[in-house]
Unconditional design. Structure first.
Lengths: 217, 347
């Protein structure tokens, strides 16, 4: 939780209500009461937080909700679903796609870590986990693109389907890059935004390429 | 550090009367202190490594007990008793907890010290202090060989550009393997691409740095990394173009032209920083050979896939790098084979 120290709260405002933990307990009283509430409430609160962030990604405006209340559930769910959908794309039916799942996982998380380190080294003010959170959530458009691609491939795999898939993937790739740029580039000094945007572009390009060249068994 | 040495323990025990900082004794193991604030060194048990370890352990435990009780009492009250056994029995549980607590704190202190020393990314911060215009200028400069080789040329020790270029090269390799119209298991693909590019950048940089050390060239490791990294810009351009336009002659033109230019620049910069003809020859010959051969390797290792693959479709054993052409029904194998061979022959 050391990274939360980067979140700026002015000194004269009492801290109650500003605690940036995902479960969002607002006062010591509520701390005790969240132990007694039914499990359904706890789960629904987390799910709502994740859902709200999904909405923020699809319609990126400058809100700080994604940054302040970071959580890694959303990225995990997206990563796992993307890796699962990308599995089974090898032509050799003998191998079970095990390494493929792990590779997608590793690429996404390793790439996100590298981009975060890069933006920190360039003098960014965002913390490590906040950046991971943003990058992970912005994989959502690409997951949607993967879904669409799989559906299109069910219909057929000719040139027309390739063109449709190409358009969809390119559009989603642009959306992902713009969404994450909207959140991340603000934390940089103004003249260095291009230096931070380029690795993000590369990262989503690699993922888009994996999606576009996927063909089912 | 190994377990507490008997020498340290006995010294600390003997000097118990003058101590007040109990936690410092535990921290003294790593600092190899001989007793907490006391100047008395007990030589009696200093090098007692000859006896059986059982005796040593017994001695050590005895000293530890004395330590415990002394610390317990110093913690409870501000005065020290020398070898006082009163109150030890009643406080045994508490003493154990206190000892465990102190050991935990020492361990935590050590770990956080090591972490802040090694995992501090601020060490790398000065190498990423660039502006976009600077990066662009350096990219273009990396293709222009310098003329003045009698005067040491300035090399910027920057790591952002080279790192981004290596990642771009990885992405281009990935793209190249896909546009060869083949399907490769993504597992080995990504790992190979990253391993190749990073291995080349770091490995060849280190090797040339070592040679530069032998040949008395004035260059630091960061500068070498930076120089070689920017030299990969030519590779990126060449591969990007030739992976999309499959003409062998075009590749050779790019190899000599673009690859040659970036190699010439690196060589010229190195020559300007080296004295002596033999040394210059060794250093620059090695660098030029490695750089040009790497480009050749990247093109052919990841591209002859298209021609060679269809031959292996008939064989029962597939090569480990399993590449299978996409959507080719078994029936038309023979037709495709002959066509591909004809095409390959004309290139």
């Amino acid at each position: 939780f050391a990274g939360l120290a980067d979140v700026s709260i002015s000194e004269d405002i009492p801290v109650e209500g500003e605690i940036t933990v995902p479960v969002g307990s607002h006062s010591p009283d509520e701390d005790y009461s969240t132990l007694d509430e039914p499990v359904r409430d706890t789960i629904m609160r987390d799910l709502k937080a994740v859902g709200k962030k999904f909405v923020h990604v699809m319609y990126p405006k400058k809100s700080s909700a994604l940054l302040r209340d970071w959580d890694l559930w959303g990225p995990l769910v997206l990563c796992v679903s993307l890796a699962l959908m990308l599995q089974g794309g090898s032509a050799d039916s003998k191998d079970d796609g095990g390494p493929q799942f792990a590779e997608v996982f590793v690429i996404i998380w390793f790439g996100a870590v590298v981009i975060t380190l890069n933006s920190k080294l360039l003098g960014g003010t965002i913390s490590f986990f906040q950046s991971l959170c943003v990058l992970g959530y912005c994989v959502l458009p690409l997951t949607v693109a993967m879904l669409v691609c799989r559906l299109v491939l069910l219909a057929g795999s000719g040139t027309v389907s390739f063109i449709i898939r190409l358009i969809v993937v390119v559009a989603m790739f642009a959306w992902s890059t713009l969404a994450s740029t909207a959140f991340l580039a603000d934390s940089q000094p103004p003249n260095r935004k291009a230096l931070v945007v380029y690795p993000i572009f590369l990262f989503y390009f690699v993922i888009s390429w994996m999606i576009l060249t996927f063909t089912p068994q | 550090a190994a377990g507490p040495r008997p020498g340290t323990m006995s010294a600390a025990g003997a000097a118990g009367g003058g101590r007040s900082g109990t936690a410092a004794d535990w921290g003294g193991f790593e600092d190899n202190m001989q007793g907490g604030g006391s100047a008395v060194i007990d030589m009696e048990n200093m090098d007692d490594t000859s006896g059986s370890s059982f005796e040593d352990m017994g001695e050590m435990h005895q000293r530890m007990k004395e330590e415990e009780e002394e610390e317990g009492e110093a913690g409870a009250a501000e005065e020290e008793e020398d070898g006082e056994f009163l109150g030890m029995k009643g406080l045994r549980g508490q003493l154990g907890r206190q000892v465990a607590d102190q050991m935990w704190q020492v361990g935590k202190r050590q770990a956080s010290r090591a972490f802040s020393l090694y995992a501090n990314i601020d060490i790398l911060r000065p190498y990423f202090d660039v502006e976009p215009v600077q990066v662009r200028a350096r990219l273009l400069e990396s293709m222009i060989p310098v003329k003045m080789i009698n005067f040491p040329q300035k090399i910027a020790g920057e790591l952002y550009g080279p790192l981004m270029l290596v990642f771009t090269l990885v992405a281009i390799l990935l793209h190249g393997m896909k546009t060869s119209d083949t399907i490769i298991r993504e597992g080995t693909l990504m790992g190979t691409a990253i391993g190749t590019c990073f291995g080349y950048w770091l490995g060849v940089s280190s090797f040339i740095y070592f040679l530069a050390y032998l040949c008395n060239a004035q260059i630091t490791m960061v500068q070498m990394l930076s120089l070689l990294g920017y030299g990969l810009f030519g590779h990126c351009i060449t591969l990007f173009v030739t992976y999309n336009i499959h003409f062998h002659s075009l590749f050779y033109i790019f190899w000599l032209g673009v690859g040659g230019l970036s190699t010439l620049r690196m060589v010229a910069v190195l020559v300007s920083r080296t004295v002596g003809h033999t040394q210059r020859l060794i250093l620059c010959g090695t660098l030029a050979a490695l750089h040009m051969l790497f480009l050749l390797y990247l093109h052919f290792a990841y591209h002859k896939v298209v021609e060679g693959i269809l031959d292996t479709l008939e064989g029962p054993n597939m090569p480990p790098f399993q590449r299978v052409a996409r959507d080719i029904p078994v029936v038309s194998n023979a037709v495709l084979n002959t066509t591909a061979k004809a095409v390959a022959l004309t290139l």
